[in-house]
Design a protein around this ligand. Structure first.
Ligand SMILES: Cc1cc2nc3c(=O)[nH]c(=O)nc-3n(C[C@H](O)[C@H](O)[C@H](O)COP(=O)(O)OP(=O)(O)OC[C@H]3O[C@@H](n4cnc5c(N)ncnc54)[C@H](O)[C@@H]3O)c2cc1C
Length: 380
C-alpha cells in the first residue's frame, strides 16, 4: 500500500472494467479507498484475443502499476525494431535504451486477454465489488455526492464517479452531451496472431508496396502481425473476405513474412478494425465525475500507447488525490498533467497516420516518429 488519500473519498464508482477502470480500481484500493464498485456493461467481461504493443509509455505505466513480473513471465519484453524490405532484407535496426534502472527492456507486447486476466485477478483479489451486464442510466450530483441509477433498477450514492467506459462512452454522453463523437481517421488496423518463430524475438517491420506490416512478439510462444491500411470511405468488410484482401495487400511480401501471411486461411482469427479517435480538449471532469482512458483520449495504434495512457490517467489521478484534500484542486492538477500528454500522444499519432495516408516518404515520417518516441519515453 503506497500512501493514503488526503480527501474523504470513501465510496467510489468506476464505470467500465477495461484497462483504465481496472487501473483506477487497483490504484484507489492501494491508496486506502475502502468502498470501490466497478461495473461493466459486458456480462462476460471479455476482451478480444490478439496482441497489443507495449511502447515505452505503456510498459512503464504497467510496470509502475505493479505488473512488471507478470509481463516478463507471460508477455514479451524487448528493445529492438528491425526495419526490412518486403523481401526481408534488413534496412535498419533501431535499439532503444531501457528507461528502467534495472535495465528491463522497455518495449514489447502482450496478449490482450492475458493483460485482462492479470489486471482482473488483481481487482478481484483486492475485494473490489464488480457487477457485470449493467450500465448507468442516470447520474445526478450535488455538492456532497453523486446519486446513480443503474439499468438493472438498482441505485447507489457515491463520493466520486469515474467514467472509464471506452471510445463509445455513455458516461461522456451523460456528462458532456455536447461533445463531438469519435471520428474515423481514414485507416483500419489488421491484427493476426501467429506462433512465434525463434528469430522473431523483437519487432520486425516490413515495408511493402501497399502496406507496412509489423510482427511483434506478445507472449513467450506467440507474436501478432499488425497492418495499417488506408481505407477511404470505410468500407464494410465481412469476415469471409478478410483473408483475400489481406493477401492482396501483402502480395509483394516474400521470405519468412510472406510465408507466414500466406499461411493465414479462412477460419484464421483476423481482427480488422477501422480506427476512430477522440480528444476532449477541455476538462475531463464535471463536479464529482471524471472521465479517463479512451472515453476522453482515444488514439490510434501508431505509437502503441493507448493502453498506457489509460493506466497513466489512473496513476496520476491517485497521485494528485493524495496531495490535496480539495477534490477540485486535485482534478485541476490532474488536468494540467494529462491534457498536454493526451494532446501530444493523440495529435502525433493522428499526424503520423495522415502522413502515411498521403503517401509521405520515410524521410518525412521518420523524424516525426522519432520525436514521438522520445516524447512517450518521458515520464508522465
Ligand atoms: C486497433 C487498435 C489497436 C490498439 N493497439 C494498442 C497497442 O498496441 N498498445 C496500446 O497501448 N494501446 C493500443 N490500443 C489502444 C487501447 O486498446 C486503448 O487505449 C485501451 O484499451 C483503453 O482502455 P479503456 O479502459 O479506456 O477502454 P476499453 O479498453 O475500451 O474498456 C472500456 C470498458 O468499458 C466497458 N463499457 C463500455 N461501455 C460501457 C457502459 N456504457 N457501461 C459500463 N461499461 C461499459 C467495456 O465493456 C470495456 O470493458 C489499440 C486500440 C485499437 C483500436
Amino acid at each position: 500500500m503506497s500512501g493514503r488519500l488526503a480527501n474523504d473519498l470513501n465510496k467510489v464508482l468506476i464505470v467500465g472494467g477495461g484497462i483504465a477502470g481496472m487501473a483506477a480500481a487497483i490504484r484507489l484500493r492501494e491508496a486506502g479507498v475502502e468502498q470501490i464498485e466497478m461495473i461493466d456493461v459486458d456480462p462476460q467481461w471479455r476482451v478480444y484475443g490478439t496482441g497489443i504493443t507495449l511502447s515505452t509509455l505503456t510498459m512503464r505505466a504497467l510496470c509502475d502499476l505493479g505488473f512488471r513480473d507478470e509481463i516478463l513471465a507471460h508477455g514479451f519484453a524487448h528493445n529492438r525494431v528491425s526495419m526490412r524490405t518486403s523481401a526481408g532484407k534488413i534496412l535498419n535496426v533501431v535499439e532503444s535504451p531501457s528507461v528502467f534502472a534495472d535495465g528491463t527492456p522497455s518495449e514489447g507486447g502482450i496478449l490482450r486477454p492475458v493483460l485482462h486476466k492479470m489486471m482482473s485477478e488483481r481487482v478481484l483479489g483486492y475485494d473490489i465489488k464488480v457487477r457485470l451486464g449493467l450500465t448507468v442510466e442516470k447520474a445526478e450530483q450535488d455538492e456532497d455526492g453523486v446519486s446513480v441509477t443503474f439499468t438493472d433498477g438498482s441505485t447507489g450514492r457515491y463520493d466520486f464517479v469515474i467514467g472509464a467506459d471506452g471510445l463509445f462512452s455513455k458516461m461522456r454522453e451523460l456528462v458532456f452531451p455536447d461533445t463531438p463523437k469519435p471520428t474515423f481517421t481514414g485507416q483500419a488496423c489488421w491484427r493476426v496472431l501467429f506462433d512465434r518463430p525463434d528469430d522473431f524475438d523483437h519487432c520486425h517491420m516490413y515495408m511493402g508496396k501497399m502496406v507496412k506490416a509489423g510482427f511483434n512478439p506478445c507472449a513467450p510462444d506467440k507474436m501478432y502481425m499488425f497492418v495499417l491500411e488506408h481505407v477511404p470511405g470505410n468500407p464494410r468488410r465481412s469476415q469471409d473476405e478478410l483473408v483475400s484482401i489481406l493477401q492482396e495487400l501483402t502480395a509483394d511480401f516474400e521470405g519468412e513474412a510472406g510465408e507466414l501471411i500466406r499461411s493465414v486461411k479462412s477460419g484464421s482469427q483476423i481482427v480488422y478494425r477501422p480506427l476512430e479517435s477522440i480528444l476532449i480538449d477541455g476538462d475531463w471532469y464535471c463536479g464529482r465525475i471524471l472521465l479517463i482512458g479512451d472515453a476522453v483520449h482515444a488514439t490510434t495504434p501508431h505509437l502503441g500507447s493507448g493502453a498506457g495512457m489509460a493506466v497513466e490517467d489512473a496513476i496520476v489521478l491517485v497521485d494528485e488525490l493524495k496531495k490535496t484534500s480539495v477534490l477540485e484542486v486535485a482534478l485541476q492538477n490532474f488536468m494540467d498533467r494529462r491534457l498536454p500528454r493526451g494532446k501530444a500522444v493523440v495529435g502525433n499519432s493522428l499526424r503520423i497516420g495522415d502522413l502515411e495516408m498521403a503517401g509521405a516518404p520515410m524521410s518525412e515520417i521518420g523524424p516525426l516518429f522519432g520525436q514521438s518516441l522520445q516524447m512517450i519515453a518521458q515520464p508522465y
